[in-house]
Ligand binder design. Structure first.
Ligand code: FES
Ligand code: FES
Length: 144
């Protein structure tokens, strides 16, 4: 039985205004970096350049929606186990792109993984541990 995790909500006051911080980030605001990736009806999309009206009636999943009942999604666990992140700014976007990949392809090749995350940019990791994390998640999700 995987260990349950504790959810922490981060609230900050910046220049006198309260903010609740989420994992979905704006990096470039030009559809380049993928830090803003969310799932829209199960498809990974770059939310920074979507119109709000495009999400009308849609089901949106952010990184906060990946864990269930305090248990990390296998992709989240694999990123931790494989050190697939450093600063973590890009990580929610990579994870959601991986969710989309593994929903469609249970045994992705390295080429499949490279293609699936081609729209996500990481300035820290050099990508190798991100590949390893997605490969490990695919292995751990076999039969799921
Ligand atoms: S913020 Fe970079 S693609 Fe959306
Ligand atoms: S871990 Fe820092 S940008 Fe990817």
């Amino acid at each position: 039985m995987p260990e349950a995790i504790e959810k922490i909500s981060i609230q900050l006051k910046v220049n006198g205004k309260s903010h609740t911080v989420t994992g979905t980030h704006v990096g470039c605001d030009t559809t380049y970096c993928g830090a803003c990736t969310v799932l829209l009806n199960g498809a990974a999309v770059k939310s920074c350049t979507m119109f709000a009206v495009q999400a009308d009636g849609a089901e949106i999943t952010t990184v906060e929606g990946m864990e269930k009942e305090g248990v990390l999604h296998p992709i989240q666990k694999a990123f931790g186990d494989c050190y697939g992140l450093q600063c973590g700014y890009c990580t929610p976007g990579f994870m959601l792109s991986a969710v989309q990949l593994l929903a469609k392809n249970k045994k992705p090749s390295e080429k499949d993984i490279r293609k699936a995350i081609a729209g996500n940019t990481c300035r820290c990791t050099g990508y190798q541990n991100i590949f390893k994390a997605i490969q490990q998640a695919a292995e751990n999700m076999k039969g799921a």
